[in-house]
Ligand binder design. Structure first.
Ligand code: GLA
Length: 388
């Protein structure tokens, strides 16, 4: 008798978080990119250009207008803050543009910290940033260690490390983990936001996400958000298809980033703004607003400061909600939340979404059977119901 021996090989990987103790909850704050991009003409646009005044004013708005109390605690500088001509010739350190940031970055960090606000900064892992400012490496040298030290010396609290201009010989799965280790060696703790998966859309496997989670506190993995409903819709569709996979790697210390909250700009209607906020909260992804907090209209501010939605986003379990019903343009999504009473039974947030841009109302009847004895369940804590 011949015995055939079948060996079944399978790949096992364990999902760890980056163990820097940061971001047990999804980050919340403000970021300049979508609203202010790379405007550097401060003569023509004194209130909209990338300079120290912009960030100091946003720190004030975050601290004084109720955002900080609800958790929006970080102001993030994005691209175009640097001296375009290069690093300091003696120290090789990054330097801010001297005209737009005469005192450099450190005084902005100090100003933020005095007001209880954290400060995030931007750099790129490649040879140049996406707007062609100085990158982490050139043809001959890798400045990772120097830059991590510089950001720590400035007491910056968070780093968005973009992925434009990746050199062929230093792939992301080497450069990002090296940067992560360099940050871990610094005396000041810095949350690490990676853009690595955003440049490999559709190419990454689960094992890649395990490595990303091991090295990053949060990570972008889709196209840049634009100031339009169609852009938000494309992100919703991306998460509808992928949330069950992403959820395995999403949680305290390591978060998928669906990109900035654009509520308060011109691109979304009031109802569409509620939809964006609801989805980002249901997914427990970062709430990083990019808008002009100095002139935001009260009804949009109210969406951003909705305590119930923020509680869903900041639920300690950090579970990414997923789609359970898709009927034409009607969708229902569910997110499991921590128990909100002594029963020990979980609550659920349920999101009803009518994606019909014709404006036709939708009636949705659903019967959700949760994976526990359902008649003991408390009613869902949060119903988010609206029409587009
Ligand atoms: C990329 C990022 C954006 C922004 C710009 C800056 O496109 O995805 O979020 O940081 O670079 O150049």
């Amino acid at each position: 008798m011949r015995i055939k021996l079948f060996l079944i090989f399978s790949t096992f990987f364990t999902v760890h978080s980056l163990d820097n103790g940061l971001l047990p909850l999804p980050p919340m704050g403000w970021m300049s990119w979508l609203s202010f991009a790379c405007e550097i003409n401060c003569t023509a646009y004194p209130n909209e250009c990338i300079n120290d005044k912009l960030y100091l004013e946003m720190i004030d708005r975050i601290a004084n207008d109720g955002y900080l109390q609800l958790g929006y605690n970080t102001v993030n500088i994005d691209d175009c803050w640097m001296n375009k001509n290069g690093r300091d010739p003696v120290t090789n350190r990054l330097v801010a543009d001297r005209t737009r940031f005469p005192g450099g970055i450190k005084p902005i960090v100090e100003y933020a910290h005095k007001r209880g606000v954290l400060l995030g900064i931007y750099e790129d892992v490649g040879t140049k940033t996406c707007c062609s400012y100085v990158g982490t490496r050139n043809e001959t040298f890798d400045f990772t260690q120097i830059d991590a030290r510089t950001f720590s010396d400035w007491k910056v609290d968070s780093l968005k490390l973009d992925g434009c201009n990746e050199p062929d010989d230093v792939p992301y799965n080497r450069s990002y983990p090296e940067y992560s280790k360099a940050l871990a060696r610094q005396s000041h703790k810095i949350a690490f936001a990676c853009s690595w998966p955003a440049y490999k859309i559709g190419e990454l496997e689960e094992k890649d996400y395990a490595l990303i989670k091991d090295n990053c506190n949060y990570w972008r993995n889709f196209d840049d958000i634009m100031d339009s409903w169609s852009s938000v819709q494309s992100i919703i569709e991306f998460y509808r298809k992928n949330a069950p996979t992403f959820a395995k790697f999403h949680g305290p210390g390591g978060w998928f980033d669906a990109d900035m909250i654009i509520v308060g700009n011109d691109g979304l209607s009031y109802e569409q703004s509620k939809s964006q906020m609801a989805f980002w909260c249901l997914w427990s992804v970062p709430l990083l607003m990019s808008n002009d907090l100095r002139v935001i209209k009260p009804e949009f501010k109210a969406i951003l400061l909705n305590r119930h939605l923020i509680a869903v986003n900041q639920d300690p379990l950090g579970i990414m909600g997923h789609n359970v019903v898709l009927e034409g343009k009607k969708q229902v999504w569910v997110k499991k939340l921590s128990p909100d009473d002594a029963s020990g039974l979980n609550s659920y947030a349920v999101l009803y979404f009518n994606d019909n841009v014709l404006g036709v109302p939708a009636i949705v009847r659903i019967h959700i059977v949760f994976p526990v004895v359902h008649y003991f369940l408390p009613p869902p804590r949060c119903h988010i119901s609206f029409q587009s």
